[in-house]
Design a protein around this ligand. Structure first.
Ligand code: EPZ
Length: 417
């Protein structure tokens, strides 16, 4: 298994570029199941999760071809509407094939994703939405089998905001008979990007980006030809790297409009930030100031930036409070940050981060995607060498992060263990 070897203590400086958004690309690729033919996508990040989604589609009978940042998905008139456990267990987001398969083929058998490091992450809301649209749902042997002759429009109120739950419901409703209204729908930019692409395929959707989305079902859809939005979480992670190292970085293509809450916190912590339609420029202070942060659904502070913010607050002046409101177990990075000398205590859903003057490099282990990013950030600031093992977690959601950081002057290299 690969590891990243980091020699910290250097400010990172220069220009880097954000890649396409993982959490937009995954449902967007799955949406190609909604109509036969060749769908074309651009700005698709090179990530193991994207490769897993392409592999899943290939197992169903589709053909996925990549040329640079472009991916073409050829969908035959009939596919094998199944997502096996062997694949779903490696990427829970595979569950987003459920909605499109059911809408297009009237039948789908998808492995239950099971829990993961950050929480139980059930899919009850996904199933509630599909049942409301007329699907017959059967759970057995760790699989969901969903059947429906023709889905019918319905009014669906989500008990809590769910990103992929909203996406599954959206992709099922676009081919349903009649009108569907989603209430308490997710407003994340990645959901907006999916909906925008579906409209490009001929779907009739109103209210995207708001908690009330209305979908008028159509008999069939055309083909996708879409460029994936920039990854706000990767952009936030790169900006956090400049913040913790007292660096000076311009992130080209960073989506300012999707990062307001993150930029607000980085500014509050003492960073100087300039935004333009070309990207975001951040200069880190010699030492960050402590802040208080609560993760929330978009447009609030994103849970996917919580671990990264906690890492950079480890050396801030003062005591910070980090409250995780979305997932029940998203503090796996705390123990590993402690190995680098961070002073963090957890009580319930709140972590108290007492800023220390400096961190010391040590071997640490990644436990999940964003935790691995937080350990890299801490390693960039720590004195001496930090080795982050199990970076396969990182490769799920960051395209060549070590290359991007090395180009900005960081001493980081991948070692094969
Ligand atoms: C998406 O996961 C993202 N993944 C996650 O990013 C992100 O952290 C999360 O949204 C929240 O923003 C993708 O888009 C592929 P949820 P998702 O359904 O859809 C509970 C990353 O690091 N819930 O919005 O699975 C759930 O347990 C990943 O890139 C139910 O109880 O998250 C959680 O506590 C990690 N029942 C909360 O809702 C349901 O049926 C939000 O989950 C669905 C969700």
């Amino acid at each position: 298994m690969d590891a990243l070897q980091i020699h910290g203590g250097r400010p990172i400086e220069g220009v880097t570029r954000v890649s396409g958004a993982k959490n937009a690309a995954l449902p967007i690729l799955a949406a190609s199941l909604l109509s036969p033919g060749t769908h074309r996508f651009r700005n698709v990040p090179r990530l193991s999760d994207v490769a897993t989604m392409c592999n899943l589609l290939a197992q169903m009978g589709c053909t996925a071809k990549r040329r640079g940042g472009a991916v073409a998905i050829q969908v035959p008139p009939q596919v094998k509407p199944e997502a096996p456990y062997a694949l779903v267990k490696t990427m829970r987001a595979s569950v987003v094939v459920l909605g499109p398969l059911l809408a297009r083929y009237g039948w789908a058998r998808v492995s239950l994703p099971g829990g993961c490091a950050i929480g139980a992450r059930p899919i009850d809301q996904h199933l509630k939405a599909l049942e409301a649209l007329g699907a017959n749902i059967e759970l057995s042997g760790g699989y969901v089998t969903a059947r429906a002759k023709r889905l019918r429009g319905a009014r669906i109120h989500f008990d809590m905001v769910t990103v992929t739950g909203t996406e599954n419901a959206l992709m099922a409703a676009v081919l349903a008979e009649g009108t569907t209204q989603l209430e308490n729908a997710a407003c994340e930019p990645e959901v907006v990007d999916l909906a925008t692409m579906l409209i490009g395929m001929g779907a009739r959707i109103h209210g995207i980006g708001t908690p009330i989305i209305t979908i008028e079902g159509v008999p069939a859809l055309g083909l996708a030809d879409h460029s994936v939005i920039a990854d706000r979480i990767e952009a936030g992670t790169l900006l956090a790297a400049a913040a913790i190292t007292g660096g000076d970085v311009f992130v080209e293509g960073a989506p300012t409009a999707h990062l307001e809450a993150v930029l607000g916190k980085l500014h509050e912590a003492g960073c100087r930030i300039a935004t333009s339609e070309r990207g975001i420029h951040l200069k880190g202070p010699s030492r960050l100031r402590a802040v208080e942060v609560h993760t929330q659904e978009h447009p609030g502070f994103p849970t996917d930036m919580q671990a990264q913010l906690m890492a950079i607050l480890a050396t801030a002046r003062g005591t910070s409070l980090v409250t995780e409101n979305i997932f029940e177990n998203r503090f796996m990075h705390v123990a590993e940050l402690g190995r680098l000398g961070a002073q963090i205590s957890v009580s319930g859903q709140t972590a108290t981060v007492r800023g220390v003057l400096s961190l010391q490099g040590a071997p640490v282990m990644a436990t999940d995607l964003r935790a691995s990013a937080s350990l890299v950030l801490a390693g960039l600031a720590a004195k001496g060498q930090t080795t982050v093992s199990r970076v396969y977690h990182l490769d799920r959601g960051y395209e060549r992060l070590e290359h991007k950081l090395a180009k900005l002057g960081a001493s980081v290299r991948r070692v094969h263990k």
